[in-house]
Design a protein around this ligand. Sequence first.
Ligand code: URA
Ligand code: SF4
Length: 189
Amino acid sequence: MLDWDTLEAQCLACQKCALADTRTHVVFGTGSRSAEVMFIGEGPGENEDLQGEPFVGRGGQLLDDMLEIIDLDRKTNIYIANIVKCRPPQNRDPLNTEQDACIGYLRNQVALIRPKIIVCLGRIAAARIIKEDFKITKEHGQWFERSGVHMMAMFHPAAILRDPRRRPEAFQDLKSLQAKIREVCTHTY
Ligand code: URA
Ligand code: SF4
């Protein structure tokens, strides 16, 4: 396991997959390195690639608004990262080969943070982190536990923007996350 500075330096210089050729910025991750709650997305989009920050733009604003409902804040009490750190062209899904090349950075981030709770944003992250055949429509909001880490998936903010009828369920999932934080976290609230 690498320390934060070494890990970040390696990641920012990474050429392990072809996404390196088309990226503007590597999006390493953001937030508190002593967070008890980690959010994991699939990969940078256009705005994230341009700014080097996860979840900026319209989807990012919605995520921030959702976080605020349960007193979470991307800078102070959570950490946000992605499965792949460079933008897939045209925002296509990251290929399995790209995910395989990149996942070590995320695993190292998880090993350094040792979160109590991992929240996957969308199906791609859930399929990689929780289980391969994850069905987001059916299984969002359900809790899974793996070696003492509590995990769930919520709808991706972009999916909520595409279909606002998902908002009530997203709200339920947030309240469930809030309850889980109260149950298992000691310094998030
Ligand atoms: N979508 C993601 O999954 N991650 C980001 O950082 C931005 C959009
Ligand atoms: Fe390296 Fe990951 Fe970027 Fe591929 S996506 S170049 S593995 S940092």
